[in-house]
Structure formats: structure tokens, C-alpha cells
Design a protein around this ligand. Structure first.
Ligand code: F6R
Length: 608
């Protein structure tokens, strides 16, 4: 999704802006642009395609302050004329993330005032609106504040004026934005990773904030226009954590980082001898004592993590659990339960649908909120009473991998803490679970050992157009996740079904051209699953079975066994996810798709 970078310095900021945009490429975009102020004029360069093209076109561009943007088209096709920044009357330039809902009405009004529109975007109205106030003698800050009061929708913006070479303005409402503090130079960006090459000191803007950014200082004003102080954080991100290193793709790197990401996420509990609610925040014990159910809200891969958690929560903690797709829940007329624990799950913490679903849940009188998230300063974390941070590190590949498995680890901890609180966990079983959790990172590492087998297997998928994924129980959501990964990055149409559903419809799809991928843990449902696999073989379907040790499933004609280690009990879904991630990665390599930036998709979905 769109990205913003702004910089003001005693040096040429173009390389800083370009490097920042490159670091935001992972969010997904279709065009890019930048503007600098040079000798009292706005100099703009825009291009469709990759930031590398923008860099080539900008070799002769220089300036001491500027703003830059990667665009993910919402209003108007991806094209150079729709790329940001947008300029009003050669004076005001604006880069914008988000969606302005009342832009048609504003556009009609500004056109009537004589403003010429040169793009189809909603953003251009912001530039003209600011210009209309600025041209009446208001300061750039005041003109921006006035314009913002007229906007309905979500935004993070960067603003610069041709005749104001010592000042940048930025503002946010509904889309993230932070200021980077340097030595006599300042920056802003929609994501901390864009600024790591220049500073680690970050100031996160809050809803409705507008900031003036100068060479040697910055000032933040809240939605009421009052001067406020927002705390500075030193980012824990490292340059290496957002660099590719020896891997071919970020997705491959992130799949391999899972043992460490799991170890980091579980660090606090694995080094202790018992589980305490405090890991979710100071109010957790009181909150958990007051709940009688769990409502999980999330999108995409994070939703799949919620589906796994439902099995755990009901079976181990004995607490009723509902899991809802956030974009549906936010508009569904449902019955609020004041004693529900509302759990939002999100890698980014900025997903617009999940934020709105959480607001909706609160507005229905459900005050107990917990966020499981990978970004500590994100909106979702700040909106929730309790939190557990996954410590997966930055996830750059659009397809979520290590974020998912660490979300599962966090949800398992939630299950154990609730089970303990509800008197359903004996001392012995607590110790047994902790022991298994401590072993999880090394178990994940050993599963990664089957990578070469999967790389070879993937060759057989290169000419396929469809695939069916099967799982049962705890592993049905893992089949869903496997299918999502395959469609996302290899563009193969994939569906997932609980294997018991086969004969209720999808079996009609099965023939020799339909690869059927089965998740086969050595659990209580194994024999049932085996019968379902027989149904597939009887119709000529080619089976690829990811089976634990001792399942007595063997390779034979039409049956390809991919041998997994011994069954890992309740933690098995985490381990069974890894080979499916690898499968989609290697199939995508076979198909030559853009693995880290699949078409039409964005990393952080900050618009509805
Ligand atoms: C799939 C994927 C998406 C995200 C979804 C929610 O690989 O990454 O389905 O899981 O967009 O994003 P977050 O977790 O950031 O709320």
C-alpha cells in the first residue's frame, strides 16, 4: 500500500527519499514520485513501475527538502499523471496515503473556483484545498490545518511549498506516520524502516496530529491545534533486519527466520517456570477474570491464525470462541457481549478493516480488548487495553510467513494463560506445555531441513492451474493458509476444504489434473483423513501428503509422501505451516512470479 517519505537537510535529500521509497517497496505499489524545492520552484519526477526507474529519472534532481511517495492505485489507474506528489498552481505539493471520501464534492467546489485537475486521484483535492487557504496569506501550517478540517476519510500526508524552503508539514488521521529525528535534519515516513539509514529516533504521530518539520526542530499539534509533545522512541529495527542478505527473496529469508522469531516471541515464558497473565499487560489478570468468551477479529492470514486458536481455546481453556473476518464483522449486526475478550490479530497493526472491527466491537459495549501484533507502536496496539507482541522482526515479503507462526505461538500462550486462570491446567500439564514450547524453535528448524525435497516437488506444479488443500481439525486452517499462500504468490487457483467435506461437493473437481495437498498429522483424526484421501485416489487425483512420522502413509502411484518429523501435539499446526510456505515459494519460483511483491497485493492494507 502507499508509502510516504519526507526529508529536510543540509544535503541533497533525493538519495534519502529514494532509499526510503526502496525500503517501502515491500508494501506494494504501482507508481512512484518525488518533489524537491529547488531555487523557489517545485521540481517533480514521477514514473510508473519500480522505484529504480524513478531513481534513473531523478539523477539530475537535487534539493535540500522534499517529499516522495509510492502509490497503490485506488482512485484512477496506475499512471504517471496519477502518481504523487500532486501539485497545485506550482506552489503546493502533496503526497497522500489513505482515501478521501468526500473528494468528488470537494473537486466540484474547487473546479468552480478555477482549480484545474490534472489527475483522477482523490489526493489532488488536498493540494488545491491547501493552496486555496495558503494563497489567502495563511501560513503553510494553518493552511494545512484548515484544509484537513474539510476532509472526510483517512490520510497521512506530506506537504511542501515552493516558496517555503525551510519547512515541511505532515499530518495523519487513520494512516500511520512518524517523524525521524536527526542532527540538524529531520524526516518523516509512513513506516520506520524507510528511515533507518538516516536515524533510529522516531516520534509517532497520533490521530489528528499535524507537525511542522524544520532543519533543527519539529513541532506537533493535536487535532485541536494545541502544541503537544509526543514521546521519541529509539527503533529496535536494524538495517540488517530489512536487508536481504544471502537469500534470493525476503519470503525465503522470512521462512528461514521462523525458528528465531518463535524463540524471540516465546522468550519471556520459556525462561520462566510458570505462566502469568502479566505477559499481556498489567490489567490482564483482572480482565481475564471477567470474561466468559473470546471473539477474534482479523483478516487474511491473521484470520487463519484465529481459526487455529479457536480449537485451542475451546479444547484446552474450555472457553467459547468466535472468529470473524474483520471486514464482515464491522458491518454485521451482531449481539455484543460485555464479557467477551475481543482479540484482534494483525502483523502490521494498521489494517483498516481490523481497526474498524475493533472500534465496532467496542461501540457495542465490549470493553475487554487484546491485540496480538508485530508492530509495537501500531494503531491496533494503541487501541487495545491488553497486548502481546509477536517478535518476528520486520516482515517485508507481502505474503505473511513468520508473522503467522509467531501469531500462533502467541495465541497458544493466551490459551494456556486462560486455561490456567480457569483452573483447567494442572501444574504438570503447564510444565509439559512449557517444555514443548521451549523445543518449538528447534523443531521448526528441523522442518526447514525438508526444503530441498519441496524445491524438487514444486517442479510438478509449474503447469498446474488449480490445487486443492485438505486438512482436518486443528489443521484445516493450515490447509486454508497453504491455499492462500499458493494463490497469492504463484497465481494458481487453490481451494482448501476440511477433508470430511470432500464428498459434499469438491470431490467433483478431482481428476488427474488436480493436485491434492493433504496436511496429515499423526493425530486423532488421522484414520478419518486417510479415508478421505482414498476418495481422492479413487478419482485419479494426485496426492501430495505432508505426513508426520509413523502415520503408515507411504509413497505409491499417485501418492507423494513428504515426510515430516514426529507429531508435535497441539503445536503441530505451527510446524505443518512451514512446508506449505516452502511449497508456495518454490512453485512461485517455477512460475517466475514476483515472489515478494505479488501482483495487485499490498503488504499493509491501510484502506478499506
Ligand atoms: C497473506 C497476508 C494477508 C494479511 C492480511 C492482514 O499472506 O499477508 O492476508 O494477513 O492483509 O494483515 P495484517 O496481519 O497486517 O492485519
Amino acid at each position: 500500500m502507499c508509502g510516504i517519505v519526507g526529508a529536510i537537510a543540509h544535503r541533497n535529500v533525493v538519495p534519502i527519499l529514494l532509499q526510503g521509497l526502496q525500503r517501502l517497496e515491500y508494501r506494494g505499489y504501482d507508481s512512484a514520485g518525488l518533489v524537491v524545492v529547488n531555487n523557489g520552484q517545485l521540481e517533480r519526477v514521477r514514473s510508473t513501475g519500480r522505484v529504480a526507474e524513478l531513481a534513473t529519472k531523478s539523477v539530475n534532481t537535487q534539493g535540500f527538502l522534499g517529499i516522495a511517495h509510492t502509490r497503490w492505485a485506488t482512485h484512477g489507474v496506475p499512471s504517471e499523471r496519477n502518481a504523487h506528489p500532486h501539485i497545485s498552481r506550482e506552489t503546493i505539493a502533496v503526497a497522500h496515503n489513505g482515501i478521501i471520501e468526500n473528494y468528488e464534492e470537494l473537486r466540484a467546489r474547487l473546479s468552480a473556483q478555477g482549480y484545474q485537475f490534472t489527475s483522477d486521484t482523490d489526493t489532488e483535492v488536498i493540494a488545491h484545498l491547501i493552496h486555496s487557504h495558503y494563497s489567502k496569506g495563511n501560513s503553510l501550517l494553518a493552511a494545512t490545518q484548515m484544509a484537513l478540517t474539510e476532509l472526510v476519510g483517512a490520510y497521512a500526508i506530506g506537504v511542501t511549498a515552493a516558496d517555503n524552503p525551510n519547512l515541511l508539514i505532515c499530518a495523519r488521521k487513520g494512516s500511520p506516520l512518524l517523524i525521524g529525528v536527526g542532527e540538524n535534519e529531520h524526516f518523516f515516513a509512513s513506516d520506520a524502516s524507510a528511515l533507518l539509514q538516516v536515524t533510529k529516533k522516531m516520534v509517532y504521530l497520533e490521530e489528528g496530529d499535524v507537525a511542522e518539520v524544520n532543519l533543527d526542530s519539529y513541532s506537533v499539534f493535536n487535532a485541536k491545534g494545541e502544541l503537544v509533545v509526543r514521546p521519541a522512541h529509539i527503533s529496535e529495527l536494524t538495517n540488517e533486519s530489512v536487508e536481504l542478505g544471502d537469500y534470493k527473496h525476503y519470503m525465503q529469508k522470512e521462512i528461514h527466520e521462523q525458528p528465531q522469531a518463535l524463540a524471540d516471541t516465546l522468550e519471556a515464558v520459556c525462561n520462566s517456570h510458570s505462566l502469568v497473565p502479566g505477559i499481556f499487560g498489567a490489567e490482564a489478570a483482572a480482565t481475564f477474570a471477567d470474561i466468559n468468551s473470546v471473539l477474534i477479529l482479523a483478516c487474511g492470514t491473521s484470520f487463519h491464525a484465529g481459526l487455529v486458536a479457536r480449537y485451542w481455546l475451546e479444547e484446552i481453556a474450555g472457553i467459547p470462541c468466535n472468529v470473524e473476518i474483520a471486514s464482515e464483522y464491522r458491518y454485521r449486526v451482531s449481539v455484543g457481549n460485555p464479557k467477551a475478550l475481543v482479540v484482534t490479530i494483525s502483523q502490521s497493526g494498521e489494517t483498516a478493516d481490523t481497526q474498524s472491527a475493533l472500534n465496532h466491537a467496542k461501540s457495542m459495549g465490549q470493553p475487554h480488548t487484546l491485540s496480538i501484533c508485530n508492530v509495537p507502536e501500531s494503531a491496533l496496539v494503541r487501541m487495545s487495553k491488553l497486548r502481546l507482541l509477536t517478535r518476528a522482526g520486520p516482515e517485508i515479503g507481502v505474503a505473511s510467513t513468520k508473522a503467522f507462526t509467531t501469531q500462533l505461538a502467541a495465541l497458544f500462550l493466551l490459551t494456556l494463560v486462560l486455561a490456567k486462570q480457569r483452573g483447567r491446567l494442572t501444574k504438570e500439564s503447564e510444565q509439559k506445555h512449557l517444555h514443548e514450547l521451549r523445543h518449538l524453535p528447534s523443531a521448526a528448524k528441523s522442518v526447514l531441513g525438508i526444503e530441498p525435497v519441496i524445491a524438487k516437488l514444486a517442479e510438478r506444479f509449474a503447469d498446474k492451474h488449480h490445487a486443492l488443500f485438505l486438512g482436518r481439525g486443528l489443521h484445516y486452517p493450515i490447509a486454508l493458509e497453504g491455499a492462500l499462500k499458493l494463490k497469492e504468490i504463484s497465481y494458481i487457483h487453490a481451494e482448501a476444504y476440511p477433508a470430511g467435506e470432500l464428498k459434499h461437493g469438491p470431490l467433483a473437481l478431482v481428476d488427474k489434473d488436480m493436485p491434492v495437498i493433504a496436511v496429515a498429522p499423526n493425530d486423532i483424526l488421522l484414520e478419518k483423513l486417510k479415508s478421505n484421501l482414498q476418495e481422492v485416489r479413487a478419482r485419479g487425483g494426485e496426492l501430495y501428503v505432508f505426513a508426520d512420522a509413523n502415520t503408515r502413509i507411504h509413497s505409491s502411484e499417485g501418492v507423494n509422501l513428504i515426510q515430516m518429523p514426529e507429531h508435535a501435539g497441539y503445536l503441530s499446526p505451527i510446524l505443518h505451516t512451514i512446508p506449505l510456505q516452502l511449497l508456495s515459494y518454490y512453485v512461485a519460483l517455477q512460475k517466475g512470479t514476483d515472489v515478494d511483491k505479488p501482483r495487485n497485493l499490498a503488504k499493509s492494507v491501510t484502506v478499506e
